[in-house]
Each structure stands twice: as C-alpha cells, then as structure tokens.
Write a protein that binds this ligand. Structure first.
Ligand SMILES: [Zn+2]
Length: 253
C-alpha cells in the first residue's frame, strides 16, 4: 500500500509553530494546558453535536491530526518512558477472541495518523483521569520501529490485502471498550471507512490468512460493536453498519 503523505502545507488554518512548541511540555495533553488541552476537548473528546461540525471544523481537525502525526513521527512529542510491556501484565495469552474494527479513515492512511488518533482518543483520557497517577507524561510501553506507539489495534489490514502488525501479541490494545475483552483478544482494523461499506475481498482474505497462520486458538470473532461491557453492547457502529453482511466471511481457524 502506498501511504498517503503528510501534507506539506499545514498552516492554512492552524498556527503550527505555537502548536509544535507546546508539545515540548510533558503535560501538553491536560485540559488546562493551552493550546492542546482545549483542542483535544473540542475536536476529539467532546466535540459538539453533529450539526455544528462545520466544514472548517473538519478541516482544522484534519490539520491538527496531521500535525500530531508528523510530530510523533519526528519524535518531537514529550512522552513518558515506560518500559516495554509496562502495562501488559494482565494480558491473557493465547488470545481466544478476535475483534474486528475499521479505522474510519482513508484506505491509504499511514500508521502515524492512526497513531495520533490513538494518542488523543485512547491515551489522553486515561492519563487525564490519572489511572496511573496524576500529572504523568503519556506513555504506552508499546514500541514500533523504535518509537512509542499509541495504536490500539494489533493488526492493520489495508484494502489491497497488505497487513502490518503494529502491536506485539504480548501487548494489550485499548480497542474493544472492555478491559476483560482487551486482555484476551487479538484485534484487526480494516483501514478505511466502512460506515456504509464492506471491506475488500483482499482484506477479508488477509485476516483469514493471519488467523489461520498465527491464531488457531481463536474461538470467537467479534465485530467491535458485538463486544459487551457491563452487560451492554459498547457504544459504536464499528466496524460499520454492514458488519452483519460480511461477518460470516471471516473464518474461525
Ligand atoms: Zn472499533
């Protein structure tokens, strides 16, 4: 897969020098840390209702996400320094469940962009809540190609059938919205927006191939939306509204 490139011109709507400098503060993500705290609230965690998301709002969000992706790639975001697997003690191996997602992005989305989204959507809330202590710099203990990674999925599967394992099997991904499911599942994200469509045959074939080759212990395949948390389905349409149509093409190994 030829990945989409980080746009060269990112300052049509946002002030990148101020935003870049602010990422040197190890607590850049706190609600009280300007400018990123309020941006994360407004664009990622508590966006106002659908109706008020204007084209300008969407365009700005895109630029913020690309900028974060670029800064993560360049290792210019202040982060903590957890050891590898720091938080993966509860990880249950071998995994009996496979959870299927979509990324809700373009089909040529680069890893760094998915990484930036994972950082703000998954890790910022946990570190703001002080799950591992207050006022800590963000850390994942997960590494890919020499840098910390915040992607919640183990495998990214692209529409042309390319796949990349970004999260080691020993690592727990914050992906399913339920801790006990996270602990005992392997997760696949179809890269693309499947809200109203289905993955390509190549992508489905690749997931089946990986399951068959690496995860013969899997006995259950869930779409993200099938996962139960405290007795209720998690609140998501992931992996899209047409999941029922293609779920049976995934084969329990
Ligand atoms: Zn999902």
């Amino acid at each position: 897969m030829e990945f989409r490139k980080i746009p060269e011109q990112l300052e049509s709507l946002i002030n990148i020098s101020e935003l870049e400098a602010a990422l040197e503060n190890p607590l850049w993500y706190l609600s009280s840390s300007k400018p990123w705290g309020p941006i994360i609230d407004q664009y990622y965690l508590n966006p106002s209702d659908e109706g008020s998301k204007t084209a300008e709002w969407e365009a700005k969000k895109l630029e913020y996400t690309w900028l974060l992706a670029k800064m993560l790639e360049d290792q210019k975001v202040a982060l903590g320094a957890w050891e590898p697997y720091y938080n993966d003690d509860e990880r249950v191996l071998p995994q009996k469940i496979a959870v299927i997602h979509h990324t809700s992005t373009w089909e040529d989305t680069p890893i760094s962009y998915i990484d930036a989204l994972g950082l703000v959507r998954l890790y910022v809330p946990l570190f703001r809540d002080g799950v591992w202590g207050r006022n800590q710099p963000i850390s994942s203990g997960h590494f890919y190609q020499g840098r910390q990674l915040f992607v919640g999925y183990h495998w990214l599967v692209y529409s042309d059938g390319t796949s990349i394992q970004v999260l080691d099997d020993n690592c727990m991904g914050f992906q399913a919205g339920d801790l006990s499911t996270n602990n005992q599942s392997i997760s696949f994200a179809c890269v693309g927006d499947l809200q109203d469509s289905t993955p390509t045959a190549y992508a489905i074939e690749e997931i089946n191939r990986i399951l068959q080759q690496k995860y013969v212990q899997v006995t259950t395949i869930f779409g993200h939306r099938d996962v139960l948390h405290q007795g209720k389905h998690v609140n998501t349409i992931c992996p899209g509204n047409r999941w029922e149509e293609w779920k049976d093409s995934l084969i329990i190994p």
